[in-house]
Ligand binder design. Structure first.
Ligand code: DAT
Ligand code: MG
Length: 140
């Protein structure tokens, strides 16, 4: 399997509960390397652009509100098969369905406040990384 990069967000529900370090432990113990990381406040425009694929969904307004409700930590994770590996350790979108030991099972509050984002493909990872990081901010 190839070394890949994926894009991660530690969402406001998690930063509010001081879970950045605990989530980073799960990430690093899974063999993924955090090669870029910064804490930012997403603007409404950034959140709408980031989740544009969901703009027709009934939960879109709630999703944008949630993502702009507090600080987030944006990250680039690197490793073998990083895109699928991170989805695996994140767990299912709805924490009630997430496997034991996954970040969402451990920490998420609900389907809307589910603590983390991870890219769903290598192509989307590249697009999402470029929305938040300049090349020289990523140190592999
Ligand atoms: P994922 O974050 O697992 O890739 P997704 O891309 O389908 O899931 O949805 C993006 C986010 O939108 C998800 O993390 C939380 C929110 N969301 C999805 N389905 C929802 C629902 N039925 N009600 C409320 N929020 C939802
Ligand atoms: Mg998704």
């Amino acid at each position: 399997m190839a070394v890949e990069r994926t894009f991660s967000i530690i969402k406001p529900d998690a930063t509010a509960r001081n879970l950045t370090g605990a989530i980073n432990v799960v990430i690093e113990q899974a063999g993924l390397r955090i090669v870029a990381q910064k804490r930012v406040r997403m603007t409404r425009g950034e959140a709408e652009t980031f989740y544009a694929v969901h703009k027709e969904r009934p939960f879109f307004g709630e999703l944008v509100e949630m993502m702009t409700s507090g600080p987030v930590v944006v990250q680039v994770l690197e490793g073998e098969g990083a895109v699928a590996r991170y989805r695996e350790i994140m767990g299912a979108t709805n924490p009630a369905s997430a496997a034991d030991g996954t970040i969402r099972k451990l920490y998420a509050k609900s389907i809307g406040e589910n603590s983390v984002h991870g890219s769903d493909s290598v192509d989307n990872a590249a697009i999402e990384i470029a929305q938040f990081f300049a090349g020289n901010e990523i140190v592999g």
